[in-house]
Design a protein. Sequence first.
Lengths: 138, 138
Amino acid sequence: MLSKKTQYAFHALIYLAENVDKGPILISEIASEKSISIKFLENILLELKNAGILGSKKGKGGGYYLMRTPKEIPLARIIRLLDGPIALLPCVSLNYYERCENCKDEAICGLHEVMSKVRDATLKLLENKSLKDILTRE
Amino acid sequence: MLSKKTQYAFHALIYLAENVDKGPILISEIASEKSISIKFLENILLELKNAGILGSKKGKGGGYYLMRTPKEIPLARIIRLLDGPIALLPCVSLNYYERCENCKDEAICGLHEVMSKVRDATLKLLENKSLKDILTRE
DNA sequence: AATTAGTCTATATTTTTTATAGACTTTATG
DNA sequence: CATAAAGTCTATAAAAAATATAGACTAATT
């Protein structure tokens, strides 16, 4: 399961994408529209900013805005940033790899093989689908 | 990521499958062979037993054994039992469904659509692959 | 200068995961 | 039938992670 943090990030990003024309959006507006604790959301938006996904402006008329078009923000990027590994096991993670302690040889480990396939199937979707793909269709 | 509990369960099941000919296997043997805390492993094996996957025998010559052939134990079964939902969001879980609070209509929610696809791709593998498929190949 | 709004650092709370303890029951066998 | 072997059960503890909050600080606008 994705953490609340990641789920909130998706909802916030969707809101920002659906309101690009309004310029910078207040944290408090996103928080109340999406029913997220404002202080918790602050942290999340900051992380997204530090990762280069969002930009911000302080003072009156300030707020957060997308730094890229929704099409350019893959879902996998958001998940890895806020949730960590997408793979089901450390030994099949591309970005957070850790050697398996219990198994002697990954090359002949059947669990490794199956979980690699699961990872590939998942990434095929999450790396190719972007913020644009999760905007509400009408 | 799968929890340690689920990872330990896989390793224990693999060990049991690879030693079917030896009759019931001691918890302590699995624990030391796979470097798992014996008391923690106890709980895990009990859960697997209560779910009908393992059987056990008390007293001398006792231990745990598989109640079904490895082929009949889908990986998804183990994961759901010990880890809960396989889906990335509650609103796309088949076995642990919860309605999404932030979205008005799941039918037109893009996040719902993508995450359903991820779930389907994952389940296609985890429900069709069994304990047999993760045994070490030689 | 005053107000608005994001930034930063720290901490608190809650939940989940991981692990342990110990008394109890069942079974085999000498 | 006594003893030892081995799983069962209930409870609790410890550690880690997830979730949430507080408040002082900085930057921008008017």
